[in-house]
Design a protein around this ligand. Structure first.
Ligand SMILES: O=P(O)(O)OC[C@H]1O[C@@H](O)[C@H](O)[C@@H](O)[C@@H]1O
Length: 304
């Protein structure tokens, strides 16, 4: 049932196959968020190509992360065994750990929908005290605030409710829509150190802007607060502004890995790339007892 306020924002609960979702329409922008994983699925302005990419082969199934949007990777990013020892130590199982943590396929709680001053904010939490995560006996509660105004803002908060420090790695794994992967570049990374996971995690330094010429899977460190995705095909610059994060993952699977991915058309690698706002490697989060921490990203586009 949609409901609108005086400013004309409309918030509507709907179903996409097995997933409960929320659609927000406001000021010429449209946002779709799934309760599962508190995952943003789609975002853009109605008169422009989408800013966030959602796979045309996306499956909306319980327990399964949707390909595209902004999955939340938490309380670790990627392969747990590649994380610092303190992140690995928080997971109490000898069994193989799932990639990108434990929360992408879980239902988060929608705490409230706030509409104020031309902005709509959806606030999701995952109550890890009421329902502890499997093999992760830590009293840290994540929450995600998704705010839509002229821009889209995501804030991932960690609250350590326990008596011990806890170390987590995390990412807002944003899939961006692009006109053509051959006609885009990412600015802002020049001079940043990165680990190239496709070359045995070799340390490298970025020279100039990043263009995509093959499979790319890199963990960047010392990333500045502003990165720009310049898209010559669509004549726009997408600004990616982070809050309290200095690591980022840049990913495009290209042809061969793209063919192996779930929910991913054979040619979809040409239409997407990921810039993931993160806390990984030497940028992991160490949460003192009682500490709250917020990492965020704001997204908008400007004409070239
Ligand atoms: O298929 P998943 O689990 O959603 O992961 C997608 C990609 O996520 C990226 O963050 C990783 O760097 C890639 O290595 C990985 O393939």
């Amino acid at each position: 049932m949609p409901f609108a306020n005086a400013s004309g924002a409309q918030v509507e609960r709907l179903q996409r196959d097995e997933l409960t979702c929320w659609r927000v329409r406001q000021g010429g922008a449209e946002l779709l968020v799934a309760q599962q994983g508190a995952q943003v699925l789609a975002y853009g302005r109605v008169d422009q190509p989408p800013l966030i990419w959602l796979s045309e082969d996306a499956a909306f199934r319980r327990g399964q992360s949707v390909r595209g949007g902004v999955p939340v990777c938490w309380p670790w990013f990627g392969d747990l065994r590649r994380n610092p020892e303190a992140v690995q130590a928080a997971y109490a199982s000898e069994d193989a750990a799932p990639a990108h943590g434990l929360v992408r396929g879980l239902d988060w709680q929608l705490e409230d929908v706030e509409q104020q001053d031309g902005a709509v904010t959806l606030h999701f939490t995952l109550d890890t005290r009421a329902e502890p995560l499997p093999h992760w006996p830590q009293a840290v509660q994540p929450s995600l605030r998704i705010r839509l105004d002229e821009r889209l803002h995501l804030h991932l908060e960690n609250h350590n409710l326990g008596p011990r420090p806890v170390t987590v790695s995390q990412a807002l794994h944003t899939y961006f829509a692009v006109s053509d992967i051959h006609r885009v570049r990412v600015e802002g990374l020049a001079g940043a150190r990165y680990l190239d996971t496709l070359r045995d995690w070799r340390p490298e330094t970025q020279a100039g802007a990043l263009a995509f010429e093959g499979e790319t899977d890199r963990l960047y460190l010392d990333v500045p607060p502003r990165l720009s995705l310049v898209d010559e095909g669509w004549g726009r610059r997408v600004q990616v502004e982070s809050l309290d994060s200095r690591s980022a993952i840049l990913w495009n699977p290209w042809i061969d890995k793209g063919a192996r991915l779930s929910q991913f058309a054979d040619d979809a690698w040409q239409r997407m790339l990921c810039i993931e706002t993160a806390r990984v490697l030497d940028d992991v989060l160490v949460l003192a007892p009682g500490e709250r921490h917020r990492m965020g990203v704001s997204l908008w586009s400007e004409p070239l």
